[in-house]
Write a protein that binds this ligand. Structure first.
Ligand SMILES: C[S@@+](CC[C@H](N)C(=O)[O-])C[C@H]1O[C@@H](n2cnc3c(N)ncnc32)[C@H](O)[C@@H]1O
Length: 188
């Protein structure tokens, strides 16, 4: 099969791929193991800039290693800091922001994203988005905090004005309960 519609992360990547062009600026709000940061660095090219956040030093270290190995280290600025501080740290408007909620795969499950700080970061991210820019969020409702986050996220995004934003929510109807879901926002 040449094209396989397979996961929330895949849906998010498709949007990011279409929205980003060489020279753009982008934000990874949840660096984790650095897969999304690397994807953003590759998408914005040598002239682009990527700002990435995570609370955990291990995430920042893994991401730095990944970017150095891929030869794109110069394109990124990594912050060992909660994404709720994004507004003070990102000095320019951006074309795309990605949130991959939950905990660090292979890490401490008690360090998970929480709605209160996710909400604060989303408000900053929406302000930082350029017109035409996109925000993508992968949510993981398969655990209690993830479920609460998905419910709050749905309510928050549903309330955004359709004169300013287009908002899309995608989930696989025949997936197991708790499967990841993808939310996409475009600023008009
Ligand atoms: C599912 S992982 C991200 C995966 C990552 N995008 C990747 O490509 O490997 C979620 C990450 O969010 C981080 N996190 C939790 N609370 C955060 C916060 N307030 N600000 C920034 N990152 C946070 C966790 O430490 C964890 O590494």
């Amino acid at each position: 099969m040449a094209y396989e519609l397979k996961s929330a992360r895949f849906l998010a990547r498709e949007v990011l791929e279409k929205a980003l062009a060489p020279g753009d600026a982008a934000i990874d709000a949840t660096m984790g193991n650095g897969h999304d940061t690397l994807f953003l660095c590759e998408s914005v090219g040598p002239e682009g800039r990527v700002y990435a956040f995570d609370l955990q030093p291990a995430a920042v270290q893994r991401t730095e290693e990944r970017l150095r190995e891929a030869g794109v280290w110069g394109r990124a600025k990594l912050f060992c800091l909660g994404h709720e501080h994004m507004r003070e740290q990102v000095p320019e408007p951006v074309r795309a922001v990605v949130f991959n909620l939950g905990w660090l795969p292979g890490g401490d499950h008690s360090v998970t994203t929480r709605w209160e700080t996710t909400h604060e970061a989303l408000l900053a991210a929406l302000d930082l988005l350029l017109p035409g820019g996109v925000l993508v969020v992968c949510a993981y409702p398969g655990h209690p905090e993830g479920d609460r986050e998905r419910l709050e996220l749905t309510a928050f995004l549903s309330g955004l004005s359709n004169r300013v934003y287009n908002v899309l929510h995608q989930r696989f109807l025949n997936a197991s309960p708790g499967a990841p879901e993808c939310f996409t926002v475009q600023k008009l």
